[in-house]
Design a protein around this ligand. Structure first.
Ligand code: NAD
Ligand code: MN
Length: 519
C-alpha cells in the first residue's frame, strides 16, 4: 500500500534519530568529546549530533572486534548458524522497512519512494543472499600424489573495516557487511560522516538478530580522523571502501604505511551510455537514459553521466530525453510522488553548480535545467540538467559530477563511440543500445568497464559482481567474488610417508631448488 505524505510527516515526529556509535554490543562510551551536527538536506535543519571517534576510541573498537573474533563465538560458528542469524537480520530489516526508509530519506534527501523501492529491499536481499550462500560452499582438495592429502580451505580474514559513502548509506554498508559477516569476520562499519543513521540501526537490529557483541560495530566520525585511524590500524586485516577515487588511493597508502592490510575499492565513475542509430526503441532508451542520470539526484557512482548518441538519430533522441527529464521534479522527499530529492549538502550542491558554470564557460549548450529550485525549503535541490555539445576535453565531459547533470556527445561510427567511451580514467559502468547482435557483442567487449548494460541501464541484482576497471577501483562488491575478498586461503598439506625428499620426485619443496624449466 502506498502511504500518503501526511503518514510520513506524522512519523517524523515520533522517529528516534540514532546517532550514537555502537561498539561491543552497546552504545559506545567514548574518550573523545568531539561531535558534529548532521542535517536534513531537504530542509537544511539539524537532525542530531554525532560523535567523532578518535584514535583511542577506534583502538577500543578494534580491540572489541578482535576479542570477539578470537573468542570464536562467530568466527568459528557453523556456517548454518551464521545463515540463520543473517536470515533473521534480513527479516528484521524488512519488518523495519518503513523506519529505515524514513531515516534514509531524512538523512540523504532522497525521495521516500526510492528508499522504499530500492535502498531497503536491495539491502535486505544482500543480507539474505550471503546468509543463504555460506552453507552451500565447499572447500577444495588438491589433486596431489596418493600419499598426500592437501586441503585448500577458506577462513575468515579477521577484523574487517568497511568505509562507505553517503549516497546509499544502508545499501553500500550491506554490500560489505553481509559478505564480511557471512564469512565469519568481525566488522567495524564507518558510515560517511553525513549519513550514520541507518548504519547504527543496522547494528542494533543485527544484535537483535543474534550477532554476538563485538562482532559488528559502528564507528562514527569524519574521514580524516576516524577513517584514517582505521586505515592505518595495525590490527585491522582488511579494508573494504566505497567512495571517491582520491580517498580510495589514500587507503592504499594507509595500507602500505601500516600492516599491508588487504584493500578493496569501489570508487568513482564517468560512465558512458551509448545509443546506436539501430536502437530498437528510442522511447525506452530515453527513459532509461534519464533514469540513469537523474535517479537518486545523480548521486550514483555508475550514473550514465556521458550520453553518446549516434549523430543520425541525435535530434529525435534528445527530444525524447528532454521529455523524460521533465518527469524528474524536485519536491518534498517525504511526498511519495516526488521523483527528485535534494543533494546531500550545501557544499556538494555548490560543487555541482560550479561544474555547471564551467560547462557554460567552456561553451557547452544548455538544453534544460541548470538552476537551484525550492530554495525556500532550506534544502539543496537542483533541476535535472542536460548539456549538449560537450567535448571530451571539457571539464563536465571528464570529471565525475555526482549530481543531476548529463553531458551529451555525438559520434558517427562504432569505433568513435568506443574511443570516446574509453577515454576516461574511470571504467565503472557503460550502457549500449542496439538491435544488432554483432554490434552488441563486439562493442561490449571493447568497452573497458566493470559492467556493460545492453539495452538497459543500471539493472542489476546481488548475483553479479559490481566494480570498476581503471581508477574506478580494485576488486568487486556483490556475488561470490565479494565473499572471497573476506576470506583467507589456507593450504593444509598432510603426508602419510614422513619427510618427502626432492629425489623422490613426489613434491616440490617450497624453499628448495626451483623445479620450473628443468627436467
Ligand atoms: P569520500 O571518498 O569523500 O568518502 C567516502 C568515505 O571515506 C566516507 O566514509 C568518508 O568519511 C571516508 N573518508 C573521507 N576522507 C577520508 C580520509 N582522508 N581518510 C579515511 N577515510 C576518509 O566519498 P563520498 O563523498 O562520501 O561519496 C562520493 C564518492 O563515492 C563518489 O566519488 C562516488 O563515485 C563514490 N561512490 C562509488 C561507488 C561504487 O560502488 N563504485 C558507490 C557509491 C559512491
Ligand atoms: Mn566527500
Amino acid at each position: 500500500m502506498k502511504q500518503q505524505k501526511t503518514h510520513w510527516h506524522d512519523r517524523v515526529t515520533a522517529q528516534r534519530i540514532p546517532t550514537e556509535a555502537f561498539v561491543a554490543g552497546r552504545r559506545a562510551t567514548l574518550q573523545s568529546e568531539d561531535i558534529y551536527e548532521i542535517f536534513n538536506p531537504a530542509t537544511g535543519k539539524p537532525l542530531g549530533a554525532v560523535p567523532i571517534l578518535g584514535e583511542q576510541d577506534v583502538n577500543s573498537a578494534v580491540s572489541a572486534a578482535r576479542a570477539a573474533f578470537d573468542s570464536g563465538v562467530w568466527s568459528q560458528s557453523a556456517p548454518a548458524e551464521r545463515k540463520a542469524v543473517l536470515l533473521r537480520l534480513a527479516a528484521l530489516l524488512e519488518d523495519h522497512a518503513e523506519e529505515l526508509a524514513l531515516l534514509e530519506s531524512l538523512n540523504t534527501g532522497k525521495p521516500i519512494s526510492d528508499a522504499l523501492a530500492v535502498d531497503i529491499p536491495s539491502a535486505v536481499s544482500a543480507i539474505a543472499w550471503y546468509g543463504e550462500a555460506v552453507d552451500k560452499i565447499y572447500d577444495d582438495v588438491a589433486p596431489t600424489a596418493n600419499d598426500v592429502m592437501a586441503f585448500i580451505t577458506r577462513e575468515p580474514i579477521g577484523v574487517v573495516a568497511a568505509v562507505v559513502p553517503w549516497n546509499f548509506p544502508l545499501l553500500m554498508a550491506c554490500w560489505k557487511v553481509a559478505p564480511a559477516l557471512a564469512a565469519g569476520n568481525s566488522v567495524l562499519l564507518k558510515p560517511a560522516e553525513l549519513t550514520p543513521l541507518t548504519a547504527i540501526r543496522l547494528a542494533e537490529l543485527a544484535q537483535e538478530a543474534g550477532i554476538p557483541d563485538g562482532v559488528f560495530n559502528v564507528v562514527t566520525g569524519t574521514g580524516p580522523v576516524t577513517g584514517r585511524a582505521l586505515g592505518l590500524h595495525m590490527d585491522v586485516d582488511a579494508i573494504t571502501f566505497t567512495g571517491s577515487t582520491a580517498i580510495g588511493k589514500q587507503f592504499m597508502a594507509y595500507s602500505s604505511q601500516s600492516n599491508l592490510k588487504r584493500v578493496s575499492l569501489e570508487c568513482g565513475g564517468k560512465s558512458p551510455n551509448i545509443v546506436m542509430a539501430d536502437c530498437r526503441d528510442l522511447d525506452e532508451a530515453a527513459l532509461a537514459a534519464a533514469f540513469g542520470i537523474f535517479f537518486n539526484q545523480g548521486e550514483v557512482c555508475c550514473a550514465g553521466s556521458r550520453l553518446l548518441v549516434q549523430d543520425s538519430i541525435k535530434d529525435a533522441f534528445l527530444e525524447k530525453l528532454i521529455t523524460q527529464a521533465a518527469e524528474f521534479v524536485a519536491g518534498d522527499p517525504l511526498d511519495p510522488d516526488t521523483t527528485l530529492g535534494a543533494l546531500i549538502s550545501q557544499p556538494h550542491m555548490a560543487k555541482v553548480q560550479s561544474l555547471i558554470a564551467s560547462a557554460h564557460d567552456e561553451g557547452a549548450n544548455l538544453l534544460c535545467g541548470g538552476e537551484q529550485v525550492r530554495a525556500e525549503s532550506g534544502g539543496f535541490f537542483l533541476e535535472p540538467t542536460v548539456f549538449d555539445g560537450v567535448s571530451q576535453d571539457m571539464t563536465i565531459g571528464r570529471e565525475e559530477i555526482f549530481g543531476p547533470v548529463l553531458s551529451v556527445m555525438d559520434f558517427a561510427t562504432p569505433d568513435e563511440a568506443v574511443q570516446i567511451a574509453n577515454n576516461s580514467i574511470y571504467g565503472l559502468g557503460a550502457g549500449l543500445w542496439t538491435s544488432n547482435i554483432d554490434t552488441a557483442l563486439t562493442m561490449s567487449k571493447r568497452i573497458k568497464a566493470g559492467t556493460v548494460w545492453v539495452n538497459n541501464y543500471d539493472e542489476s541484482d546481488i548475483t553479479v559482481p559490481f566494480g570498476g576497471y581503471k581508477q574506478s577501483g580494485i576488486g568487486r562488491d556483490k556475488s561470490l567474488q565479494a565473499l572471497s575478498f573476506f576470506q583467507e586461503t589456507k593450504t593444509t598439506w598432510i603426508s602419510s610417508s614422513g619427510i618427502i625428499g626432492i629425489d623422490q620426485g613426489k613434491a616440490d619443496p617450497v624453499c628448495a631448488m626451483p623445479l620450473s624449466g628443468k627436467e
